[in-house]
Design a protein around this ligand. Structure first.
Ligand code: AMP
Ligand code: MG
Length: 322
């Protein structure tokens, strides 16, 4: 329902914009299970914006673990094999951050995440036995990547790139747009924002949704030339017997991470890194996430929204609370 409303709004916006001045140039599409938008403030054209969206469309055929016919789906089915250059790079980046985060972000949890269904009409919990079987066989440690080949250490482990693919694709779209003369733009890939350059010579203002009341914003980030990723327990979930089950999984338990956080937002030059880190920090919880970021990404800007609604931003983060 939410997605349908978003599509209608996007179409209305597009109609309004074609009738008005030429800038910004805005194009939308639906891919990667989410509404994608490209808004160009300087440089490029409508064709360039649409071509950038085509990159996302094509990437879905590479990175989806759920879509039959996608390359990753086939690799999981075939239990490894040769990889395209782009899938290889995404898996390599994913394995690196999985190891760095000690499995808080883990592309090797596909056998667990595929037991969960957050988008069905009548949601139900996964079979407990199947989950208990999948947990010990899952994890990045069970995956080995060669120069362009992949091997799995057991018959159960599967790759899920859901927590990094949108960021990875955002980076590819950004590179394409810059190559084609775009100097100011905002890309939105459901929870992942890519900012190219500045807006009108200043910062972009990017609202961060209040995860405890999604019709409101918690505040805004003022930034330029950076990527912003939010992982939120309010993004995809179902409720059963008064309990909320969201889509960010703790691979140690096989269940949605319950770390006291409602959302985490990370700013990083690379959208793929921001995407993976927001997921990692959500699973780690505030204290462990801050220790992790301090060790591996000192000085990084991040906004943590706790389950009780209180907000914490790391030093220097350009965030203004509502
Ligand atoms: P994100 O919204 O970027 O935090 O990514 C969530 C998506 O990534 C889920 O829909 C799953 O497909 C997958 N996922 C869930 N939990 C994890 C995790 N701990 N590490 C890596 N991927 C995950
Ligand atoms: Mg992510």
């Amino acid at each position: 329902m939410k997605q349908k409303i978003a599509i209608v709004l996007a179409l209305l916006l597009a109609l309004l914009q074609t009738g008005c001045s030429q800038r910004p140039i805005a194009a939308q599409s639906f891919a990667l299970d989410t509404l994608l938008s490209v808004t160009l403030y300087e440089g490029g054209s409508m064709e360039i914006a649409q071509e950038a969206l085509t990159i996302a469309d094509e990437s879905e055929r590479v990175f989806s673990a759920r879509r039959e016919g996608a390359e990753l789906y086939a690799v999981n089915e075939a239990r490894g094999g040769e990889l395209s250059a782009s899938l290889c790079r995404a898996i390599e980046k994913g394995l690196f951050i999985a190891e760095q985060s000690g499995g808080a972000f883990d592309i090797g949890l596909g056998a667990i995440s595929s037991l969960w269904n957050f988008s069905g009409e009548s949601p139900s919990l996964p079979d407990e036995g199947a989950l208990a079987d999948a947990v010990p066989l899952s994890g990045y440690e069970q995956i080995s990547l060669g120069s362009n080949t992949l091997a799995f250490a057991n018959d159960a482990v599967q790759i899920d790139l859901g927590a990094i693919a949108k960021g990875f694709i955002g980076d590819q779209m950004k590179a394409y747009l810059i190559e084609n003369g775009v100097s100011s733009a905002l890309l939105n890939l459901g929870g992942n924002i890519v900012l190219i350059g500045q807006k009108d010579g200043g910062d972009f203002a990017v609202g961060i949704e209040n995860p405890n009341n999604t019709s409101k914003v918690a505040g805004a980030l003022f930034a330029s030339d950076i990527c912003i990723s939010t992982s939120s327990g309010a993004q995809r979930y179902f409720e059963l017997d008064g309990k909320r089950y969201h889509h960010i999984i703790d691979r140690e338990t096989g269940y949605p991470a319950d770390s006291g956080l409602a959302s985490v937002t990370i700013l990083h030059k690379e959208a793929a890194v921001a995407d993976a880190l927001s997921t990692a920090c959500f699973v780690l919880g505030e204290e462990r996430a801050l220790a992790f970021l301090n060790e591996h990404y000192p000085g990084i800007h991040a906004v943590f929204i706790r389950s009780d609604g209180s907000v914490f931003a790391t030093d220097g983060t350009p965030f203004k609370q509502e």
